[in-house]
Structures are given as structure tokens and as C-alpha cells.
Design a binder for this molecule. Structure first.
Ligand code: UDP
Length: 248
């Protein structure tokens, strides 16, 4: 019999950036990283947690970067959105390989490789214990996959949105460059916005704020943290509207 605690979260949305899938490489998808992630996600599914993912595409293309090299921004953003579909297919394969059922749902119609995003179908998949990967961001240029993650988390009534990063939470400054940077355990949405803390773009934070979607930022490279979070552990930084536990 398992000695593990019971999860307190019933349905989560996890945002994985393209960079999170890259591991130590400087392009593409690391097989080691997706295999480890798949095992961690299986642990959640086995515990009865419904898991939805939003995957980024920055490891392949970003519209803004392409526009910086002279490309039309909308075309660049469309390439970025298609890059997220490539990542989603890679992740789907890795998660299937550890024995789970997965559905990729795209915001851009590309239904010979994956399903179209239909909210009610997505919820049905989750209820059946399938991992759902939301691809192609919001389907619109000038948005990010962080905004897509906030949007989908709200749409599917997730009880927590998780943003995976390379550091263990939100810091007052970049901890890779500034040794005096302080990690917050809790912030309000407005503190994140007012202090311009580099965690997600303002659109993504405002969507969470206006719809009361709690957000936890954590380090994707720490094995087991995902499970600890859904079990209720205070890992990383929590962002919500509660000003009483404020340390910002
Ligand atoms: N993108 C977009 N609309 C969206 C989501 C993404 O146009 O709703 C494009 C945009 O060009 C973005 C790229 O897709 O740069 C990849 O997404 P993102 O940069 O958010 O990926 P991440 O940083 O999470 O890897």
C-alpha cells in the first residue's frame, strides 16, 4: 500500500516552456528531460490528479526573435505557434511511452496530427484520466504561451496553474546574476505586476488575477516537486490575491 499523502489539487494546468524541454542542449527537445517529466506526470495521474499541459515553443521559434531578423511578425508568431505543436507531439510520445493516454489539442486547426481544441472535449479527456496537451498557444499572434496557459487553466476550471522554470520560484532579481536576490514564498498578482518581476507577461498575470487563478512558480529540475506541490507543500512561490501572507 502506498504511504504517499493524498493530493489536495484535483485538476492542474502545468505550463512547460520550450526551454524547459531543451535540458542542457541549446535547441530542440531533450529525450532525458521529456522522459523524466513523463514519469513525474504519471505519478500525478496515478494519484488521481487531472493533468493538463500547455507547452511553449521558444526552443524552436519565437515570433519576436524572427521579427527582429526582418520577418513579418504575424508570420513569425504563426511559426512559433506551430513550434509548440512539434513540442506537444514530442511530449505526447514520451508520456505515452510510460503508459498513459494523451491527447494533443491545438488552437490552430491541424487535425490530421492532433485534435482541435474544444473546451468540453478537453474536460471530458481530463475526467477520463487522459493527459491533455494544449498546443498552438491561444491561436492568435501577439500572445505568448504563458497567456495561453492562464486562459486554458481558467477555461478548464483548474484549481492551480503551475509555471515550471529553471529556478525555484520568483526572486527579487535574477538569482543567476545577483547573489543578493531574495526568493519570495508568496506574492500577490499586483506585486508581480508593480515590481515587474520577470515571471510571466502582464497579460498572463492579469488573466489569472481577474479570474482568481492561483499560480505557483517552481523549479522543473527538482525531481518530485511537482508531486509535493499537488500534495500541498509550500514549494517555490505562490501568487494569488491573498494579501495576509504577503512577503513581497
Ligand atoms: N505564440 C503566439 N500566440 C500564442 C502563443 C504563442 O503567436 O498564443 C507564438 C509567439 O511567437 C511565441 C511562440 O509562439 O514567441 C512560442 O511561444 P512562447 O514564446 O510563449 O514559448 P516559451 O517561451 O514558453 O517556450
Amino acid at each position: 500500500m502506498s504511504k504517499k499523502t493524498q493530493p489536495i489539487n484535483r485538476r492542474i494546468l502545468l505550463k512547460l516552456s520550450g526551454e524547459a524541454l531543451m535540458g542542457q542542449a541549446d535547441y530542440g527537445i531533450s529525450a532525458d528531460v521529456v522522459t523524466r517529466l513523463a514519469a513525474e506526470i504519471r505519478d500525478l495521474i496515478d494519484a488521481g490528479v487531472q493533468v493538463a499541459l500547455v507547452v511553449g515553443g521558444g526552443n524552436i521559434f519565437r515570433g519576436m526573435g524572427l521579427a527582429g531578423h526582418g520577418m513579418d511578425r504575424v508570420t513569425g508568431d504563426q511559426m512559433g505557434m506551430l513550434a509548440t505543436v512539434i513540442n506537444a507531439l514530442g511530449l505526447q510520445d514520451a508520456i505515452e511511452n510510460v503508459g498513459m493516454t494523451v491527447r494533443v489539442m491545438s488552437a490552430i486547426r491541424i487535425n490530421q496530427v492532433c485534435e482541435d481544441y474544444i473546451r468540453r472535449r478537453a474536460i471530458r479527456h481530463l475526467e477520463k484520466g487522459r493527459v491533455v496537451i494544449f498546443a498552438a498557444g491561444t491561436g492568435n499572434p501577439f500572445f505568448t504561451t504563458d497567456s495561453a496557459a492562464s486562459l486554458r487553466a481558467i477555461e478548464i476550471n483548474a484549481d492551480l496553474m503551475l509555471k515550471a522554470t529553471k529556478v525555484d520560484g520568483i526572486y527579487s532579481a535574477d538569482p543567476m546574476r545577483d547573489a543578493s536576490a531574495k526568493r519570495y514564498t508568496h506574492l500577490t498578482y499586483d506585486e508581480v505586476i508593480d515590481q515587474r518581476l520577470a515571471v510571466m507577461d502582464t497579460t498572463a498575470i492579469v488573466l489569472c488575477r481577474d479570474n482568481g487563478m492561483p499560480l505557483r512558480v517552481f523549479d522543473i529540475n527538482r525531481s518530485g516537486d511537482l508531486r509535493r506541490i499537488v500534495d500541498g507543500a509550500d514549494v517555490g512561490t505562490l501568487v494569488d490575491n491573498n494579501m495576509t501572507r504577503n512577503d513581497g
